[in-house]
Design a protein around this ligand. Structure first.
Ligand SMILES: CC(C)(COP(=O)(O)OP(=O)(O)OC[C@H]1O[C@@H](n2cnc3c(N)ncnc32)[C@H](O)[C@@H]1OP(=O)(O)O)[C@@H](O)C(=O)NCCC(=O)NCCS
Length: 331
């Protein structure tokens, strides 16, 4: 069976920079607390009226340009987001309309921080089987309109930012530049450790005034639980990807970890014994952009020359659900 590869990658963030100092004017927090616990210094927030589909469309255009392909080559869209423009239909169709893509399969997926890795795996299967030749995969989030920007929500509000990344996946000519394997997991045991409980179709109406007053429409997180699971699952799934391909940590050119917390990534890096030049992080400037972190980070690592043609690259993510996964590529 043929393999697939990422033919081009692109990213886009809104222009408005929000520093930790600016957050400290909205809630009881400090730059020191945020930097020490998370490594985040600033993040981007959209202006009113901008949704995930808008950020995603910008990233998609850049990914197509990087791939050197026109829109007419795209035969399928996968859109990963936990912050859709609307409840339904999925954000993928809004992106499709914005880009002017003709009728085709458009799939929205909901795997939160692992969304891009799940999406890459789906795209890989579709291209490998020959169902389609070129897939546009987008991970995009607008968190800023869904955060409790008061002291009540400070543990979560300081972590997240808005942004988008996209990739064009197509057939690989050889194993020298290809997606080697993907490894996906979920375990719903701790689903409520990081979630937004409302609106809920289990309740009529789905969102009450009381729910809003209690902040149930905002993300709730048990931070320590998430941290504990992330630092276990990420090394596990990275080692699994290497082993599945007969590779070792010494062969790895670059690890692109999901950007949830710099401390998590430092922990993972240390557990694996990887030197700084083999790991790329950019959470200091963007915060956690969920489904967008990996393409945003990979794009930056490529631009910086940290990922070069033929390098062995591992993408690894952990997030709400819990979900986690990895992908091993030859860039
Ligand atoms: C969120 C996180 C940074 C909190 O760090 P922590 O060391 O676990 O801190 P705690 O939650 O124990 O809170 C410590 C104190 O800081 C306070 N605090 C929380 N957020 C704060 C903020 N933004 N500014 C200042 N103080 C804050 C808490 O209220 C608590 O105060 P208390 O001791 O008086 O109760 C950390 O748990 C984390 O990053 N977890 C992983 C989160 C993650 O990866 N999420 C995304 C997954 S995809």
């Amino acid at each position: 069976m043929r393999r697939s590869r990422i033919l081009g990658i692109g990213s886009h963030v809104p222009p408005r920079v929000v520093t930790n100092h600016e957050l400290a004017q909205l809630m009881e927090t400090t730059d020191e607390w945020i930097v020490e616990r998370t490594g985040i210094r600033e993040r981007r927030w959209v202006d009113e009226g901008v949704g995930s589909s808008d950020l995603g469309a910008e990233a998609a255009r850049k990914a197509l340009a990087a791939a050197g392909l026109g829109l007419e080559r795209i035969q399928m869209v996968i859109f990963a987001t936990l912050s859709p423009d609307h409840d339904f239909p999925g954000t993928g169709v809004f992106l499709q309309r914005k880009l002017g893509l003709p009728p085709m399969p458009v799939l929205d997926i909901r795997q939160q921080c692992t969304g891009f890795v799940y999406g890459l795996s789906i795209a890989d299967q579709f291209v490998r089987t020959g169902m389609v030749d070129h897939v546009l995969l987008v991970g995009a989030e607008v968190h800023s309109t869904g955060l409790d920007k008061t002291t009540r929500g400070r543990d979560v509000a300081v972590l997240f930012g808005d942004g988008a990344g996209a990739a064009v996946i197509g057939p690989a000519d050889s194993d020298e530049h290809a997606i080697l394997s993907t490894h996906l997991y979920a375990d719903g045991t701790s689903a409520e450790d990081l979630w937004v409980s409302h609106p809920s179709s289990r309740q009529h109406p789905r969102l009450t005034v009381q729910d809003v007053e209690e902040g149930k429409h905002y993300p709730q997180m048990k931070g320590r639980q998430v941290f504990k699971h992330a630092v276990t699952r990420m090394p596990e799934v990275i080692l699994e990807a290497l082993k599945a391909n007969g590779q070792t940590l010494a062969d790895l050119g670059c690890l692109i970890p999901h950007q949830a917390n710099l401390r998590t990534n430092e922990f993972v890096q240390k557990a694996l014994g990887l030197p700084d030049e083999k790991v790329h992080n950019n959470i200091d400037r963007y915060g956690n952009t969920t489904a967008a972190t990996i393409p945003l980070c990979l794009d930056e690592a490529i631009q910086a020359g940290k990922v070069k043609s033929g390098d062995l690259v591992c993408l690894a993510a952990f997030g709400a659900g819990f979900t986690w996964g990895s992908a091993l590529l030859r860039w």
